[in-house]
Design a protein around this ligand. Structure first.
Ligand SMILES: [Zn+2]
Length: 582
């Protein structure tokens, strides 16, 4: 159990401004500090950090929280780990650190345990007699012992029930086994999914094994992997292979290299390139792109040298540009993937490639030119249009000029004409985004007056104990479920700890997602700091009005089938309600 008071004490030992400014640059303006929010795509300083309240809020995306929440979201760590990091910063030892070695109980713990167990079993197998051929295969692919150890590579034997039987011995239920993705049911009962394969574990962002890629090793021509199917703990689109190992190095170098496959990452590791992760496929999801953005300022995409790799690179650039990141690109000759390239041309040749990446624009020029004949006017028109569209997304003026000059040279079109086209393209884009913003505003306006009052009252309950008392005395029921729950929790917190400190309340509800979401909305409301008692009473009155209205509706319905005597009683009650008697 988490001791709220100890957490509060710990939180008070550090200053959120110091902690956040060790991650992102902050500048002071008035009472608050501002920086570029790391939780959404932006280049403007929309995140404000309050020394007074010890919280941060982003006006653009609504992210908000205390020092623990910031570290959790920034570093992708659990609450416990965030607490432990804060303790380290504060230079104190907490019992969270002492007990950290113990596993954090999670609702998926059984699955994590099963994967951890399987991973160790497979590693062990590789060094037994039955694993000999697999080990030889790895050696043949120039994967040495250090590498095998580092990447926890293993072997699933020919026995098809070893893992299943062992897990059953640990009291795993059939249902859990099947859901885990390690066990399958067939005509003979339950058996292991992976049989006679070299096993590469896949980790989540925290470094827990959540899946495997099992590779056939006895037939070089048969390029076959079986990847774990998606499960409760394995969501392919959310993880990046090697993330937990690469993040330190990536932050140090402020550079992250993105590859397609895990073998590429392992190979890069052998030549000392450690700030590297893989997508495990060519498509990059929005989540993966934002993980990359958080890791480092410079992102280098180094996909396979084939056509699929080029296509994947183009779409990955798109995802990153959407987040305000302009990546660089490395393309490998002869359609090679990084693994083969390094094996064929060696470390130095590959490092030269990495040290001289192409700009996004140069890659795009190459990419759009491919399969086109620029002496053909149809192809040329198509090409120029594509490049102009790309250019409209680029904010770097120098890069824009340089590229315009390049298309001028290639197409013979006047630079002034190209610029005109570019302006038109940009105008079009701006009109669409203005429309989008308008639509969003209209949506927001549909909020009822009750909702508005609920939100305002909650806003002041978080900073003014008087507002909590008004809530206790004058509001019996909040119409919106999320706000109702939040109000109850605030009240509970206040009655437990006899004070209302927002930063501590945030710790208190940590992990309750719905409530955290509601709290974010409330905290980032553009309301003034303090409210008069009369104002607070007004909010309470509006909220009460909702309850009264509903009660009247209910009574009116009841009247329909009631006796005369009953009707009179109900009518009196309605009149009373209308007159404001609760
Ligand atoms: Zn934000």
């Amino acid at each position: 159990m988490i001791d709220q008071e100890e957490l509060q004490h710990l939180r008070e030992q550090v200053d959120i401004v110091d902690v956040i400014s060790s991650y992102i640059p902050l500048t002071q303006k008035g009472r608050n500090f501002f920086g570029v929010c790391p939780f959404h795509d932006d280049n403007h300083p929309s995140m404000s950090v309050s020394r007074e309240k010890q919280i941060y809020t982003c006006f653009a995306c609504g992210a908000s929280g205390n020092v623990f929440k910031f570290i959790m979201d920034y570093e992708h760590v659990s609450f416990r780990e965030a607490v432990s990091k804060v303790a380290t910063i504060a230079g104190v030892e907490t019992h969270f650190q002492i007990h950290q070695a113990r596993q954090t109980p999670s609702r998926y713990q059984e699955y994590y345990d099963a994967y951890e167990f399987a991973c160790r079993l497979y590693q062990n197998n590789l060094h037994t007699k039955s694993g000999q051929a697999a080990l030889e295969y790895l050696k043949k692919r120039q994967i040495d012992d250090a590498c095998i150890k580092e990447f926890e590579i293993g072997y699933a034997t020919r026995e098809s029930q070893t893992l299943t039987t062992l897990l059953q011995g640990k009291n795993y239920k059939k249902d859990t086994l099947l859901k885990s993705g390690l066990v399958v049911e067939n005509a003979y009962g339950l058996s292991d999914i992976y049989v006679d394969r070299v096993m590469f574990p896949l980790w989540n962002l925290e470094g827990k094994v959540v899946g495997f890629s099992g590779r056939l090793y006895n037939d070089e021509k048969q390029f076959k992997y079986i990847n774990s199917k998606e499960s409760e703990i394995f969501k392919k689109g959310e993880l990046l292979y090697n993330y937990h190992r690469a993040k330190e190095e990536a932050r140090k170098k402020n550079q992250i290299i993105l590859m397609e496959g895990f073998m590429d990452v392992i190979r890069a590791h052998t030549i000392g390139v450690k700030n590297v992760v893989a997508t495990m496929g060519t498509a990059v999801t929005k989540e993966q792109a934002s993980h990359l953005k958080r890791l480092a300022k410079e992102v280098i995409i180094c996909f396979d040298g084939d056509a699929a790799g080029a296509k994947g690179t183009a779409s990955c650039i798109e995802e990153l540009l959407n987040l305000g990141v302009t990546p660089k690109v490395v393309r490998l000759e002869n359609q090679l993937d990084p693994d083969d390239y390094i094996k064929q041309y060696g470390k130095d040749a590959f490092l030269r490639k990495l040290n001289n990446p192409m700009s996004t624009m140069d890659f795009k020029l190459e990419y759009y030119k491919k399969d086109k004949d620029l002496s053909d006017s149809g192809d040329l028109t198509h090409y120029v249009k594509e490049v102009i569209t790309e250019l409209s997304k680029i904010h770097d003026e120098v890069l824009r000029e340089v590229t315009l000059k390049k298309i001028h040279d290639e197409s013979g079109l006047e630079i002034s004409f190209l610029k005109e086209q570019l302006e038109k393209q940009k105008e079009q884009k701006e009109t669409t985004s203005v429309l989008e913003i308008k639509e969003k505003k209209i949506e927001k306006k549909r909020e009822t007056k009750y909702e508005k009052a609920e939100k305002a009252l909650l806003y002041y309950m978080l900073r003014d104990e008087g507002a909590i008392r008004i809530y206790e005395e004058e509001v019996t029921f909040m119409p919106t479920k999320e706000y109702r729950n939040l109000a109850r929790e605030i009240d509970l917190f206040y009655n437990n700890y006899h004070h209302m400190e927002l930063a501590d309340f945030m710790t208190y509800i940590s992990g309750k997602e719905k409530m955290e979401e509601a709290l974010s909305t409330i905290v980032s409301l553009p309301l003034k700091e303090e409210a008069q008692k009369e104002e607070l009473r007004d909010y309470a009155r509006v909220i009460r009005e909702y309850t009264v209205k509903n009660e009247i509706k209910r009574l009116q319905k009841e009247m329909a089938g009631a006796s005369l005597e009953e009707k009179t009683r109900l009518a009196t009650r309605i009149v009373e309600l209308r007159l404001g008697d609760r």
